[in-house]
Write a protein that binds this ligand. Structure first.
Ligand code: PEP
Ligand code: MN
Length: 444
C-alpha cells in the first residue's frame, strides 16, 4: 500500500519552475480545499488509457495528443470546448480511415493552465512585472496586481478543469462524436480550402462505408461513442500532490487531475520533485525530450519512472526541432530499444520550432512542423521502430498564429487573429492538413 506524499516531503525535494506565493497561509488554505475535492478522473480510466498506450508502444495504434499550449479560464465556454474537440475528432478520423490504424485520442485539455518560463519577468516600456505564467498562477493583464501569484487560482483551475471535462464527457459519450455525424463536424467551414474539400470527400466515403456496415448488421453502438482522455503537463507540484488519491480497489496511488500527465523538458531532473511525485502514481506518463537529451538521460528517466516496465507507462515525446531530429533522435531510440524497453515514441513538432517573426510575434512555420514529423517518421522507418504518435498545439478556430499551411499565412497575417496566451497553435486548417500528411506517412 502506498501513501500520499506529505506537504513537507514534497517541499524537501529540489523544485524548479514553481510559483512564489507572497502569502503562505493562503497556499495552505487552498491546499486544504483541494485535498478534499473529488477526483477529476478515475483510476480505471487511467488504466484503460495505459493499455491503449501499450498498443501504441507495440505498433498497433497511433496517439493523437493535442490542444492549447495554455488553456485560459475565459476560454472555458461550450463553443470553445466543442471546437477543440471537433478538430481533434476530425484529425483522428482522417488518420483512422486513411491509414486504417486505431487512433488513441488525448487532449491537452482540462488542466493545461500553467506554463514553464525561462525568464521570470516581463518588461514593457521600461516597466517590469513578473511574467504571465498561466491562469493557474497569475493574470494575463500587464499590471502589478494581476501578475501576483495567487494560490486560489489553483482551486479555480480545478473548477475550470471539472467544467471542461464534464462537457467533454457529455460530448464524446452522448452521441455528438457519432461517426455517422462526421460530415457535420466541419459543416460551418466547408469549402474554404482544398484541405476541407479533401476532408469532405473522405467524410462522404466514410458515410458510405458506415451505411454499408450498418446494413450488414454490424453492431452500431461502437460507432456512436469514443474514448477521449485528458492530459496536461504536471507542472504545479502543490496542485498535483493535493490531487493524488489512493484507489480504493488497488490501494495504489493515482494522480486524479488528468488521465495522462507529462513532465516537461525543463522539469525532468532525475532527482527533482516532478520525477519523484510522478514516480509514485500509476498514471501513464509522458516525458518531453529536447535536442540536448543524451541516450543515457532517456534511459535513466525510464528506469526511474518505470522500474517494473509496465506496458504503456512511458511515452517519450520528442521535440527536437526540424533541423535536428534526424541527427539526435536515432541514438536515443536505439539506446532505449537496446535496453529491451517498449515505450511509445511520439513527436512534438511544435516546441523545437518556435521563433520570433520580424514583426514581433512568437510563431512557428507550418513547413517546419511538417518537416519535423517527416524526420521523425524517417528515423523510425530507418530503425524499424514504430512512430507512435504526434503531440501538437492546436485550436479549432481560424487563428493566425503559425505561418504557412494551406492558406499560406504570412508574417503580416499574424496580427489578424493572434489569440494564444502562450505558444502559437495550428489553426483548424493547418491541423487537418497535418492529419492528412500523417495519414499519408502511416499508409506508406
Ligand atoms: C509545452 O508542452 O507547452 C512545453 C512547454 O513543452 P516543453 O516542456 O517540451 O518545452
Ligand atoms: Mn507550448
Amino acid at each position: 500500500m502506498s501513501s500520499i506524499m506529505s506537504r513537507e516531503e514534497l517541499r524537501a525535494l529540489p523544485q524548479v519552475q514553481q510559483p512564489s506565493y507572497p502569502d503562505p497561509a493562503a497556499l495552505e488554505s487552498a491546499i486544504d480545499t483541494m485535498e478534499k475535492l473529488p477526483p477529476l478522473v478515475f483510476a480505471g480510466e487511467c488504466d484503460d488509457l495505459r493499455q491503449k498506450l501499450a498498443d501504441v508502444a507495440d505498433g498497433r495504434a497511433f496517439l493523437l495528443q493535442g490542444g492549447d499550449c495554455a488553456e485560459s479560464f475565459e476560454a472555458v465556454t461550450a463553443d470553445n470546448i466543442k471546437a477543440k474537440l471537433l478538430v481533434q475528432l476530425s484529425m483522428a478520423v482522417v488518420m483512422t480511415y486513411a491509414a486504417q490504424v486505431p487512433v488513441v485520442k488525448v487532449g491537452r485539455i482540462a488542466g493545461q493552465y500553467a506554463k514553464p518560463r525561462s525568464n521570470g519577468n516581463e518588461t514593457r516600456d521600461g516597466v517590469t512585472y513578473p511574467s504571465y505564467r498561466g491562469d493557474a498562477i497569475n493574470g494575463f493583464d500587464f499590471s502589478e496586481a494581476s501578475r501576483v501569484h495567487d494560490p486560489q487560482r489553483l482551486v479555480r483551475m480545478y473548477n475550470a478543469s471539472a467544467a471542461t471535462l464534464n462537457l467533454v464527457r457529455a460530448f464524446v459519450k452522448g452521441g455528438f462524436a457519432d461517426l455517422r455525424g462526421v460530415h457535420t463536424w466541419n459543416r460551418d467551414f466547408v469549402g474554404n480550402s482544398s484541405v476541407e474539400t479533401e476532408y469532405e470527400e473522405l467524410a462522404s466515403e466514410i458515410d458510405r462505408a458506415l451505411a454499408f456496415m450498418v446494413a450488414c448488421g454490424v453492431d452500431d453502438r461502437a460507432l456512436s461513442t469514443i474514448d477521449f482522455y485528458a492530459s496536461h503537463e504536471a507542472l504545479l507540484l502543490e496542485y498535483e500532490r493535493a490531487l493524488t488519491r489512493v484507489d480504493s480497489r488497488s490501494q495504489k496511488l493515482y494522480g486524479v487531475s488528468g488521465h495522462m500527465l507529462w513532465i516537461g523538458e525543463r522539469t525532468r531532473q532525475l532527482d527533482g520533485a516532478h520525477v519523484e511525485l510522478l514516480r509514485r502514481v500509476q498514471n501513464p506518463l509522458g516525458i518531453k525530450l529536447g535536442p540536448t537529451t543524451s541516450p543515457a538521460d532517456a534511459l535513466a528517466l525510464a528506469d526511474r519512472l518505470d522500474p517494473d516496465r509496465i506496458p504503456g507507462r512511458i511515452t517519450f515525446i520528442t521535440r527536437m526541432g526540424a533541423s535536428k531530429v534526424r541527427d539526435v533522435l536515432p541514438a536515443i531510440v536505439e539506446a532505449v530499444e537496446a535496453s529491451g524497453r517498449k515505450v511509445a515514441w511520439v513527436c512534438d513538432p511544435m516546441h523545437g520550432n518556435t521563433f520570433e517573426s520580424t514583426n514581433g510575434y512568437k510563431t512557428r512555420a507550418f513547413a517546419d512542423v511538417v518537416e519535423e514529423v517527416h524526420g521523425f517518421f524517417d528515423v523510425h522507418d530507418a530503425l524499424g521502430t514504430w512512430p507512435g504518435g504526434v503531440h501538437v498545439e492546436l485550436t479549432g478556430d481560424d487563428v493566425t498564429e503559425c505561418v504557412g499551411g494551406v492558406h499560406q499565412l504570412s508574417e503580416e497575417d499574424l496580427g489578424s487573429r493572434y489569440e494564444t496566451v502562450c505558444d502559437p497553435r495550428l489553426n483548424r486548417n493547418q491541423s487537418l492538413e497535418l492529419a492528412f500528411m500523417v495519414a499519408a506517412r502511416l499508409r506508406a
